[in-house]
Design a protein around this ligand. Structure first.
Ligand code: 5AD
Ligand code: SF4
Length: 437
């Protein structure tokens, strides 16, 4: 990276998409505007908060954070708010927090160089098309490259604010993606992480109408053919689009890591209908259990929302039932949070918080007992691990092909290498093992 004379402090909340957006912003500002990154906000000339709005809590936190930055920032330092909360609150942020200089929506990151030069700049246009814009190169990991394959989301899940913050879905042309993959690999990257709100809907719409029809499986094959790519991951796929072609490619292509995110959201077909997810409990179970059958040691992660409006005890039992049957290796679970602009926020029968809390605990306790059993079963297995990080006590850490967090004794020489590890001491969050030479 270039050594600039202005300092940028950037805080990133939310999902992998936001992490990549922050990388884009850093690339623009360090390569075109002579900035360098700092991790000390009080030394920064520009403080950026890249926000998430998927649940209510982080939105509340934004204003107290701006207040905290006001107290420590250099007198002439600028504060900018980007990301999904910027998209949804827009100019209101400037009114509520006059120290903020600009508000840049999640679909407008390429305009960052413009935003920093103007006074009180707001751009939260969700129709802006960035799909053919080649962003500069900055990666927070040396060995893993996040690469966007689409922007926005066309699904209208009734709980979700994202279509209102990131706009309609447009696929990025395959030529831009493949160039980015090649560039990353030539810089030493081993693992390609494809990103989109709904990755397996890839190809549904390109802005360039001359691009030949293709789907996500076709793109995965193209990426896997790039020389030097050793691992491919992606997030998030939608269970609705997990057709047989996709599952077969996932199972048989050796470069595709055997880890699938399958956001369940609810196990009740009734609730799924009101969420507008487009699949039933039976479809989800069929896909997940088929995956288990096809891929030995597959790692399945999920997202679950409890207490969606109108969720009955019986509906919640259905969610527990799916969790018991699929036995997810990882689960992210949330209490339903009503979001502005969404249909579900207007649904009657919002569930009282005490019931929501009780359900969340029941679900999380069930899942903890499942992962404890899963972890124990990994003892004596061997996994291939990409080591990425030095830990204290002479340990190194990385992820197995099937996404377990693994640690072993080792030094720098293993960083960026994919090696076999024999698991000797599995714990709930980390499997400890020994490198097999
Ligand atoms: N309330 C609670 N959780 C939500 N998510 C999305 N919207 C909401 C909401 N309104 C969860 C979903 C999604 C994850 C990123 O966040 O589970 O998959
Ligand atoms: Fe990511 Fe959704 Fe949060 Fe936006 S609202 S940062 S898309 S999780």
């Amino acid at each position: 990276m270039q050594n600039g004379n202005k300092k940028l402090y950037i805080e990133t909340l939310g999902c992998a998409m936001n992490v990549r957006d922050s990388e884009h912003i850093i690339a623009e500002l360090t390569q075109k505007e002579n900035f360098e990154i700092t991790d000390e906000a009080d030394k920064a000339d520009l403080i950026l908060i890249n926000t998430c709005s998927v649940r209510e809590k982080p939105v509340h936190k934004l204003f107290s954070e701006i207040g905290a930055f006001n107290k420590i920032k250099k007198e002439d330092a600028k504060i900018g708010v980007c990301g999904c909360t910027a998209s949804h609150l827009g100019a209101e942020i400037l009114k509520k927090a006059p120290s903020v200089s600009f508000v840049l929506g999640a679909r407008n990151v390429s305009k960052i160089t413009k935003a920093i030069k103007e006074e009180k700049f707001v751009d939260v246009d969700i129709n802006y098309d960035e799909s053919e814009y080649a962003f500069g190169e900055f990666r927070s990991s040396k060995y893993k490259a996040y690469i966007n394959i689409s922007i926005g989301c066309d699904k209208k899940c009734t709980y979700c604010i994202v279509p209102h913050t990131r706009g309609e879905e447009i696929s990025i042309p395959p030529s831009i993606i493949i160039n980015e993959v090649k560039r990353a690999v030539s810089n030493g990257v081993k693992e390609i992480f494809l990103l989109g709100q709904n990755v397996n809907n890839y190809g549904a719409r390109f802005s360039d109408k001359t691009i030949k029809k293709m789907d996500f499986s076709d793109l995965l094959e193209m990426v896997s053919e790039v020389e030097g790519v050793e691992r491919i991951r992606f997030t998030s796929p939608h269970p609705l689009y997990m057709d047989d072609k996709f599952l077969k490619l996932f199972a048989t292509n050796p470069k595709i890591c055997k880890s699938m995110h399958m956001p369940l959201q609810s196990g009740s077909s009734e609730v799924l209908k009101r969420m507008k997810r487009g699949y039933t409990k039976e479809w989800f179970l069929d896909r997940a259990l088929k995956l288990r059958e096809m891929v030995k040691d597959v790692h399945i992660s999920t997202d679950v929302i409890v207490a969606f409006p109108g969720e009955s005890d019986k509906d919640f039992e259905d969610t527990l039932d799916v969790v018991k049957k699929v036995r997810f290796e990882q689960m992210f679970s949330f209490k339903y949070s009503p979001r502005p602009l969404t249909k579900a926020a207007e649904f009657k029968e919002q569930i009282p918080n005490d019931i929501a809390s009780k359900r969340l605990k029941t679900l999380q306790d069930l899942h903890t007992s499942i992962i404890d059993e899963i972890s124990l079963k990994q003892k004596g297995k061997t996994f291939s691990v990409l080591f990425e990080e030095l830990k204290s006590g002479g340990m190194i850490a990385g992820r197995s092909d099937n996404n377990f967090m693994i640690q072993a004794k080792g030094s720098e020489e293993y960083l960026g290498k994919i090696v076999d590890v024999f698991i000797t001491n599995p714990k709930r969050m980390v499997l400890y093992g020994e490198i097999v030479e």
